[in-house]
Design a protein. Sequence first.
Length: 565
Amino acid sequence: MSSIVPWWKSRIVYQVYPRSFCDSNNDGTGDIPGIISKLDYLANLGIGIIWLSPVYRSPNEDTGYDISGYREINPEYGTMNDMKQLIAEAKKRNIKIVMDLVINHTSDEHPWFVESRKSTDNPYRNYYIWRPGTVTKSGRRRPPNNWNSFFTGPAWTYDETTGEYYLHLFSKKQPDLNFHNPDVIAAVKDIMRFWLDLGISGFRCDVINIIYKTSLQNGRKRIALTGQEWYHCQEGCHKILAELNKDVLSKYDCFTVGETVMVSTRQAQEFCTAEPKELDMVFAFEHVECNQINNKWFKTPFRPRKFMSILEKWQKEIPWNALYFENHDQPRSVSRFGSKKYPVQSAKMLAVLLLTLRGTPFIYEGEELGMTNGNFKSINEFQDIEARTVWQVAAALHLPKKLRLRLLTHTCRDNARTPMQWDSSANAGFSPDPATVPWLKINPNHTTINVQTESGNPDSVLNWYRKLIHLRNNTPALSAGRFNMVYKNSTVFAYERIFPATAGSKEKKVLVALNFSSRKHHIPRKLAAYMQQQPGYNVLCSVYEQTDVFFPYAAFILEQKEQNQ
C-alpha cells in the first residue's frame, strides 16, 4: 500500500488545537467549520498533514483528552457530518488528517465507566482498574498503593458506590483503562477501524507508553510519579502496540506517532525501529525538558549547547524523528528558546532548525507566526486543569502568590492554547464578533503578530515559514538526507544534510548554521576552516543578507557547489 518512501516522511504536519483555532459561530470556542474555512490557508502554507487534537464527545475536564464518546463529535465543535466534510475538503487540497488516539484513559462520564462503577460484578467492571484500599489502625482509609498522578496527588480515587478505588494516572475524571482485559483491546481496535474507514490517515497516540500496568505494587518513592517503574515502557505495552499494528494499522495506508513520555533513545528504538512493528515514530521530550529540574515546573537557565546536543543525539540514534518545539502541552518556543529583544529573528532561526533536521516536522498552530506565551495576570485567567491543580498544591505548601503565578506563566499549557491570531481586530479574528468572549484570553500582541499583517509583509515570520517549507519540499538533502554535525560551541552550531549520490546525480550537501545568541559573532575559526575546504556554497536562504558573520539569532542554509562549478 505504501511507496518506497512513505508519504509521511515527505510532508509537513500542522497541529490544529480545535478549541483555539477558528470560531465560526461566535460562541467563543473554535470548531470544525472554522477549521474547514482555513484549509486554503494551510494549503498555501505548504501543509500536507493536519494533526487534529481531540474533537470527540467530552465533558472537557482536560479539554478533550477525557473522552466520553469515541465515535461522536463534541457538539461544541460541530457534527459528524462536519467531520466528514473536513476530511473530504482536506483531501481535495491533498491534506491528510491524523487524529488523537487517547486510550490510556476515558472520561469518568464514558458509558463504560458509568457501568463499571455500578457494582463489582458489572460486565464493564474489568474495563478499568479497581482495587480495595487498606485501613490503618486508626481507621483511616488508604489507597491500594503509593502511586501519584501526573497532575500531582494520589493516582487513586475512592468510590462510595462499591467501596473500592479506581486508578487514574491523570485527573480523577480520567480513569485508566485496563489493558489486561482482551475486551478493552478489542474495543480499541474497533475505534481505530471506525475512524480509518471514515477516511483519516493515522493517529497521534496519547501517552501511549504508559497504557500497560505490569503490577500494582508500591513504587520507589520519587518527588514525582512514584510507581512509574510498573507502567512506563512495559513489555506488555510493546505487545499491545504490535497487536494493534498487525490487526488494524497494517491494513490501511496510515501512520502513527506515539507520545512517549520520559523515553531514552534506546526505548524509542524499541517502539519505532524494532520488529514486530509498533509505531512509525515517537514524540520524545528530552529536548524540551533540557532546562528543567525533576519536573517541568522548576527551571534552570536555557543552555543552547545542551539543547542542541540532545537534538544531535536523537538525530544520530533514531532513523526518523518526529520534530517539534511546541504543541498544546508545551509553552511557545520563541518564549522558551528565543529572544524578547529579537523575537522575529529568533523565531526565524528556530524555524530553520525545525525544518532542516531529519524527520517529519510538526508545526503547532501559530508557531508559523512567531506567537508567544500568553499574558496571564491572575489564576482566574487560566483554564487548564493542570495549572489549577498545581496552584492548589503550591498554595498548600505556602508558596507566595507571586511565585505561584510565575510558575504558571512560564510553564502552563494555556500558554500555547491562546486563540489563533488571524488579524488585529478585538478577538484577533478568532471569533468574528467583537462582543464574543473567547474561551481563553487573547494575547494582546495579536495586533502585530497575526496572519493578516504578516501575509502582507515579505519579511514576516509567516512568509519565512512558507519559504522554508517550499525549500524543504524541493531540496532532497533537507527532506531525506542524513544528518552530520559539523561544529558547535556554546551558542553557534552548524550541521550538514547529505543526500547520497545516485545513478543520475552526484552527492548533494546542504550546510545549516545557527546562532542561538543576541551577540554578533564572527564565523568561528574551525567552522570557517571547514567551509573553506569545500568547493563553495550557494545561499539558499538567510535570516540576514550577510552570511559571513553571525548577527543576533542568525541562521542560514547553504548548498554546497559541485566540484566542477
